[in-house]
Design a protein around this ligand. Structure first.
Ligand SMILES: Cc1ncc(COP(=O)(O)O)c(C=O)c1O
Length: 427
């Protein structure tokens, strides 16, 4: 069969004829049709029934939508987007798109190889130096995405003789990274540094790493970074902090949580940030001492064995970093957070406590969150429902996210729509 398929392709290429190609396709299909299928063992389904379908309220759907700034065109409608992580609106900032366009013209679309082969564009080094300097760390290493950074970092740092102390609400990339690293995973209750301390006292492993989100992505609350660093010092541990949602948002001029806690560059701190959120671009970075970053250059498998980020994406991140340094967008974001929370308080909307652009409204049951999201869509707002397993059972919510690019009128209209939506929820 392989031979007949290959010769069909060859004939088609030589003749260039569409009818030949169709003929070949029909033949190939009939070969596939005739191929005998192995009967499945009772406990060995074929690919069509491999997965158990989730119940309807848990089914995830792709919401195909064309996004531009804070608007998203979906199913023929223009919706105001309160669901992204483009906290500063930089994905459409003129300086950022111009930089990306220029790099695209110069270097083309893809990077063509991993960094250790021929994908190491000089812009990557400029961005790494810029991020390290801005964040107050000795060195920086770019990674393909936040997910890849965390999977690779935990694999590189931890092994059989490492204990990993993880907050129970850590992002999935940290959860999976910890699990795959082979280290001994110990989970402490969300933000419970008292429990963490007891666990640290009680461990026999030679190497210890505390692993935590900075800003928790589904709750918008923050880890106590000074407390965690204090525990790392006292118990001879490292702190792996994923500040994906704090970078560009919190701390002095958006330098992030480690800066506001005064521990940026601490020798026990390894920090991860992403370029896909406040930077409005794509990719991720790891910050640490010269030694740890050099160690990762040698051992971060998710960087070594993966195609490097495209130069246009790097150029966009670099331009976005320059915009953040100027400060205005970060101030505009905080003005919007203050406006939203102020209006919500006036209307008695029970938001979860958060000083970040992540402003969840807890609704409880999955069906209530889905109905609320649908009602908001009818009113012209895109705010998807977040359900288990992303959040714990019974804590389904609307994850409202704000951006510097929202106008005051957008925020006022959202609060009105949330009030209408809430009035429609049965007691
Ligand atoms: C805390 C946290 N870490 C890592 C990631 C993954 O980042 P990326 O989207 O760049 O893979 C996310 C993404 O939502 C996140 O919220």
């Amino acid at each position: 069969m392989l031979l007949s398929v290959a010769s069909g392709v060859r004939q088609n290429t030589q003749a260039g004829g569409n009818s030949r190609f169709l003929q070949w396709l029909t033949q190939a299909e009939s070969v596939v049709d005739r191929a005998p299928m192995q009967p499945s063992m009772p406990d060995m389904p074929d690919s069509r029934n491999w997965f158990t379908p989730p119940p309807e309220v848990r089914r995830r759907r792709f919401n195909s939508g064309v996004r531009h700034g804070m608007h998203i065109a979906m199913q023929g409608r223009d919706l105001l987007n309160f669901a992204g992580n483009d906290y500063l609106g930089l994905s459409v900032h003129p300086a950022v798109t111009a930089a990306a366009r220029q790099a695209l013209e110069k270097s083309g679309t893809g990077s063509g190889a991993s960094r250790l082969v021929s994908g190491d564009d000089p812009l990557m080094h400029v961005l790494e130096c810029g991020l390290a300097e801005w964040k107050g760390f000795e060195a920086c290493l770019l990674a393909g995405s936040g997910m890849l950074a965390n999977l690779g970092l935990l694999q590189a740092l931890a092994g059989r003789h490492t204990a990993l102390f993880c907050d129970k609400l850590n992002h999935a990339s940290l959860v999976d990274g910890a699990r795959l690293s082979g280290g001994r995973v110990k989970r402490y209750a969300h933000l419970d540094t008292g429990q963490l301390q007891l666990m640290l006292q009680d461990t026999g492993e030679a190497r210890r790493i505390i692993v935590s989100d900075g800003v928790f992505s589904m709750d918008g609350d923050c880890a106590d970074i000074s407390g965690l660093i204090g525990l790392a010092e006292r118990h001879d541990a490292l702190l792996l902090l994923d500040d994906a949602h704090g970078f560009g948002v919190l701390g002095e001029c958006g330098r992030g949580l480690s800066s506001s806690a005064g521990v940026a560059g601490h020798a026990r701190l390894i920090e991860v940030g992403t370029c896909g959120k406040a930077l409005g671009s794509y990719g991720a970075f790891i910050l640490g001492t010269h030694e740890v970053i050099e160690g990762l250059r040698q051992s971060l498998r998710t960087m070594t064995y993966s195609t490097a980020l495209p130069p246009a994406v790097i150029a966009a991140s670099l331009a976005a970093l320059n915009v953040i340094r100027q400060g205005d967008v970060v101030h505009a974001l905080h003005a919007n957070i203050e406006l939203f929370r102020g209006l919500a308080a006036q209307q008695d909307l029970q938001l979860m406590p958060s000083i970040t652009p992540i402003q969840p409204l807890l609704l409880g049951a999955e069906s209530v969150a889905l109905d609320a999201s649908a009602a908001l869509k009818c009113a012209g707002f895109f705010v998807p429902a977040i359900r288990p397993p992303t959040v714990p059972e019974g804590t389904s919510r609307l994850r409202i996210t704000l951006s510097a690019a929202h106008g005051a009128g957008d925020i006022e209209a959202l609060v009105d729509a949330l009030c209408d939506m809430q009035r429609g929820i049965p007691e």
